[in-house]
Write a protein that binds this ligand. Structure first.
Ligand code: CAA
Ligand code: NAD
Length: 285
């Protein structure tokens, strides 16, 4: 990224998109945030405001920097506002069809030089790029949850991603204060290729009666020094997101060992999506 103040567009104001918008605003960018659901956009705006106030009250951000960040962030229900964005970071639901439709729409709308980055957890960047006429400018920029706190961004090159675009996104990730790892474009990339089968296995352990959910989580927390147990982490990520990723791994790698656990499928069918719904493996009500 150059010296002038650039504009970042974030699409999807859920837990990831709102965290990415917050991080971009704190990092000095002008930010547009869009969600197709006006309620979600309102919640994102209020959540970011509260998070910035908390950072100021803890002394982690000066009052001026907090106000500046808030002033640089604008929420919009109109994608037309992304016309002048330099980088667009997509963080909508983990569905290839829905993402492809958005990428195709954005391609027609945003300026020719704009980079289209996806925060997808698992979906092929090459296939998302194929929905556009600018495959060289499409890239994976995979933040970890919660984006303001986690130190990693996984960058994924599609088959046609240019080296210039890769370098710009790497520089952007570093301006966000993150460490970068690079993955080729295979299902689940690096982190979810390894993390999700572990979470799925934890569901199998629960499903087949190996132990209680509490003992499975405590085992992995205290036994392997993970900050959260795998079932607690699944609730934190969202069980719908975990299931979508497992389906991409299963379909893309063609091996039954990636088949989603029936208990995970059942929870999602029941609307038990985790913390964001107040109930998942655990109840948060
Ligand atoms: N936004 C901003 N700051 C946040 C935050 C959020 N959403 N959540 C927590 N924080 C901050 C807190 O304010 C706190 O800051 P201070 O130290 O200044 O007080 C700090 O983070 C620690 O938070 P807490 O004290 O509330 O709680 P904690 O110590 O238990 O940490 C956690 C919370 C960072 C989420 C920690 O439990 C953790 O690291 N969990 C594992 C998270 C993880 O594995 N994420 C990756 C998931 S996989 C993924 O993201 C990829 C994918 O595609 C699915
Ligand atoms: P979420 O359910 O919290 O939020 C998704 C948001 O996208 C919702 O507010 C929804 O209204 C909005 N949306 C859906 N379709 C849209 C469209 N066509 N246009 C505009 N907005 C639309 O989901 P999330 O957990 O924030 O995940 C978002 C993306 O980030 C997914 O691709 C997911 O795989 C990825 N991701 C998630 C995590 C995680 O831990 N949850 C971590 C890294 C990456």
């Amino acid at each position: 990224m150059g010296e002038t103040r650039e504009t970042i567009g974030v699409i999807g104001g859920g837990q990831m998109g709102s965290g990415i918008a917050q991080l971009a605003a704190i990092s000095g960018f002008d930010v547009w945030l869009h969600d197709s659901d006006s309620g979600a956009l309102q919640r994102a705006s209020e959540g970011i405001g509260a998070a910035l106030r908390k950072l100021v009250s803890k002394g982690k951000l000066s009052e001026l920097a907090g106000t500046d960040a808030l002033n640089r962030l604008r929420c919009t229900s109109d994608l037309e506002d992304f016309r002048h964005a330099d980088v667009i970071i997509e963080a909508i639901i983990e569905s290839e069809d829905v993402k492809k439709k958005l990428f195709s729409d954005l391609d027609k709308l945003v300026k020719p030089s704009a980079i289209l980055a996806s925060n997808t957890s698992s979906i092929s960047i090459t296939r998302l790029a194929s929905a556009t006429r600018r495959p060289a400018q499409v890239i994976g920029m995979h933040f970890m949850n919660p984006p303001p706190v986690m130190k990693l961004i996984e960058i994924v090159r599609g088959a046609d991603t240019s080296e210039v675009v890769f370098s710009k996104i790497k520089a952007l990730a570093e301006r966000f204060g993150k460490t970068v790892i690079c993955s080729n474009d295979y299902p689940g990339f690096i982190v979810n290729r390894i993390l999700m089968p572990m979470i799925n296995e934890a569901f199998h352990a629960l499903y087949t009666g190996v132990a209680t959910k509490e003992d499975i989580d405590t085992g992995m927390k205290l036994g392997t020094n993970h900050p959260m147990g795998p079932l607690e982490l699944a609730d934190f990520i969202g069980l719908d997101v975990c299931l979508s990723i497992m389906k991409v791994l299963h379909h893309g790698l063609g091996d039954s060992r990636y088949s989603p656990c029936p208990l995970l499928v059942q929870y999602v069918d029941a609307g038990r999506l985790g913390r964001k719904k107040g109930i998942g493996v655990y109840s948060y009500k």
